[in-house]
Design a protein around this ligand. Structure first.
Ligand SMILES: *[C@@H]1O[C@H](CO)[C@@H](O)[C@H](O)[C@H]1NC(C)=O
Ligand SMILES: *[C@@H]1O[C@H](CO)[C@@H](O)[C@H](O)[C@H]1NC(C)=O
Ligand SMILES: *[C@@H]1O[C@H](CO)[C@@H](O)[C@H](O)[C@H]1NC(C)=O
Length: 612
């Protein structure tokens, strides 16, 4: 079906998103793959983390008698100055996001880390999207009444505009455990036993649409799929996932399809389903008139840049933008100005990569932090003569640093968290020095030790690392073929995926996403050459103030201050216990004032040139 012109994105957004496009500093025309339209079509964003846009549907789909729905699967906040830089946070965000066009929307874990963020979600975004917001396994505790109430409606039943297809839509969050105490996340395996869920799966819709802040290969989606399928033998079930920040797609059976659409508004996911969607039968023995395999599904990962969007819409510079889009761009520009997001701390002398350069290496952002930033900022005036080990989780960094201006906005993009440094004084070196290896290599041992302590909320050690890698290890653990962006070498320092493939000749390709998912390797809309991907550990460690000596045995201090990011404290405490250190949370103190983000910005101001 050749329908074009259905997405419109405000210009300012594409400018923002452009900076985030890996390898594509400015949009350059690339060989393109078309969108495949079906009867029911979706545009999907996830994990936008404050990168905003105005995805806007123009109803050319209407003329063709097909339907187009927009989905967002959470983590809209944290990770960009537009949300993080205001006081209170989100002062501009809620009104900007309200302009977004969306049909089904749910919550991510980042909406729930802080009680104030959860309040904002419940009091602003949920009412702004009263009909569209679904919260199937999430409750909110009303601060006035103390009552535990659903964050939003549990599910949504509606009809599509043009074909009057009946949709039952639900919205889930993965089994998240470290949410703020004014919210309650119910494990998915419990939710599927609830009466409302059992009723919802008996609503007999034409299509189930399950959205979630859940990786498409995480067990939660499988549990939901199995529960729905038991009751509905033939109904198509479409899944929209997120959280792991990768492009991915899979099918749980012939009538189901699942897509995850990347991160940071770099990617707009496209899913379409074609065939006879009107309900003909549901139970095993009323076999439908259409063949079971009579449906076809397509997915496309759209690079969010203007040239690509002009291409897919058949529009151009002068016809693409809308008044509404211009208004939203104006709101964003004004907010950026009010927040002084372009204030420059310093000029990055070169690119520093999270996973595009090996760790350790001089182009690794983690080596830069370990060798330069942490030793300089992890200083407690009263204890500055004490040698220390400073442990940081790699997941505390969210993005690469590009050569050039490092602005206020950049600080939130690189490190949106409110992480602070904690420490335990005078830990025997023999005990403290074992912690880093346990954090990086002994996830299983750590879980067992924790279980022996009677702590049921098992802490997956991978949560300390970067979410992009979670997807890989998930597949390694479950012995599945590695997804999209990865090759096979997990142990060593060879890139998991290398840009130096055999087909490097023509056409000259720009580096970017080269996704391989369960469906194939033709998902990306733009044909790119591959970007290197190197695995990084869960945590890195800087040795600071160690004795200088020629003799090996005099280089190691007897005792050290063990300094670490507050986020990883639960894991550090377990690792200390395993290493023979008898410490409790009462032994933990604050090491230095200020968040890590502020300390890093201060270091940059002092050490990088002011002008580019
Ligand atoms: C959450 O924790 C805070 C701080 O410990 C406490 O003041 C508040 O009452 C708690 N709220 C709920 C709903 O339990
Ligand atoms: C954009 O498209 C319109 C309509 O097709 C055409 O008239 C115009 O010349 C184009 N503008 C540019 C800048 O290509
Ligand atoms: C754009 O903003 C102007 C001024 O606030 C307003 O009058 C107009 O209705 C808006 N247009 C759209 C399409 O939102």
């Amino acid at each position: 079906m050749a329908v074009k012109a259905s997405i419109l994105v405000a210009s300012a957004i594409a400018t923002l998103a452009r900076a985030a496009q890996p390898g594509a500093a400015s949009p350059i025309a690339a060989p393109m793959r078309d969108l495949v339209w079906g009867k029911l079509n979706f545009l999907h964003t996830t994990d936008t983390h404050g990168w905003h846009g105005d995805i806007y549907k123009k109803h050319k789909a209407d003329g063709q008698g097909v339907d187009l729905l927009l989905v967002d699967t959470g983590d809209r906040v944290e990770g960009n100055g537009l949300y993080d830089a205001s006081n209170p946070k989100g002062k501009y965000y809620y009104d900007i996001y309200r302009e977004q066009n969306v049909d089904i929307i749910c919550t991510g874990n980042h909406e729930l880390y802080h009680a104030s963020t959860a309040d904002g979600e419940h009091l602003r975004t949920v009412p702004n999207f009263q009909e569209q917001y679904v919260a199937s396994n999430l409750d909110y505790i009303d601060p006035k009444t103390g009552l535990q109430i659903p964050m939003a409606q549990r599910y949504r039943k509606f009809q599509t505009k043009n074909q009057k297809l009946t949709i039952v839509a639900m919205g889930f969050l993965f089994d998240f455990t470290v949410n703020a105490n004014n919210t309650v996340v119910q494990p998915v395996r419990e939710t599927i036993k609830e009466a409302w869920f059992q009723d919802a799966i008996r609503e007999n819709p034409d299509v189930f649409v399950i959205i979630g802040h859940v990786g498409v290969k995480m067990p939660e989606f499988k549990e939901i799929f199995t529960a729905i399928r038991k009751q509905n033998w033939f109904t198509p079930i479409l899944f929209f996932g997120g959280h792991v920040h990768v492009r991915d797609a899979t099918a749980y059976d012939l009538k189901s399809f699942a897509i995850a659409s990347g991160r940071y508004f770099e990617t707009i996911g496209w899913m379409s389903v074609d065939g006879d969607l009107k309900k003909t039968g549901n139970k095993k023995d009323d076999a439908p008139s259409t063949e079971i395999a009579g449906l076809s599904f397509h997915r496309r990962y759209i690079d969010n840049n203007l040239l690509g969007l002009y291409y897919h819409t058949g529009l151009n510079e002068s016809t693409f933008h809308t008044d509404h889009g211009r208004n939203v761009s104006q709101m964003i520009a004004q907010a950026r100005k009010d927040l002084d997001l372009d204030y420059t701390f310093g000029c990055a002398p070169k690119d520093l990569w999270m996973t595009r350069a090996p760790y350790p290496s001089e182009d690794s952002i983690y080596t830069w932090l370990e060798k330069e930033v942490l030793p300089a900022v992890a200083v407690n005036e009263d204890r500055k003569d004490k040698p220390r080990l400073v442990i940081m989780n790699t997941g505390a960094i969210r993005f690469d640093i590009f050569k050039g201006k490092f602005t206020r906005d950049t600080t939130y993009i690189i490190s949106p968290f409110l992480s602070v440094l904690h420490y335990i004084p005078d830990v025997p070196y023999t005990v403290a020095s074992k912690v880093i290896d346990l954090l990086n290599n002994a996830g299983k041992i750590m879980e067992e030790a924790q279980a022996m302590e009677g702590d049921n909320a098992l802490m997956d050690a991978r949560f300390m690392g970067i979410p992009e890698q979670f997807a890989i290890t998930e597949d390694i653990i479950h012995e599945r073929p590695l997804p999209s962006f990865v090759g096979q070498d997990v142990e060593g320092q060879k890139p998991l995926l290398s840009g130096d493939g055999p087909s490097k000749k023509e056409p000259v390709l720009i580096e970017g996403y080269t996704t391989r998912d369960d469906i194939g390797d033709d998902g990306d809309d733009a044909v790119h050459s591959a970007i290197n991907f190197y695995v990084v550990p869960n945590c890195i460690q800087a040795e600071v103030g160690f004795p200088r000596s020629e003799k090996e045995d005099e280089k190691k201090p007897e005792k050290v201050d063990l300094v670490f990011f507050d986020f990883i404290q639960p894991w550090v405490m377990v690792a200390l216990k395993i290493s023979g250190g008898d410490y409790t949370n009462d032994d933990v103190k604050s090491y230095v004032d200020g968040t890590f983000t502020e300390l890093m910005a201060g270091w940059i101001k002092k050490n990088w040139p002011a002008d580019c």
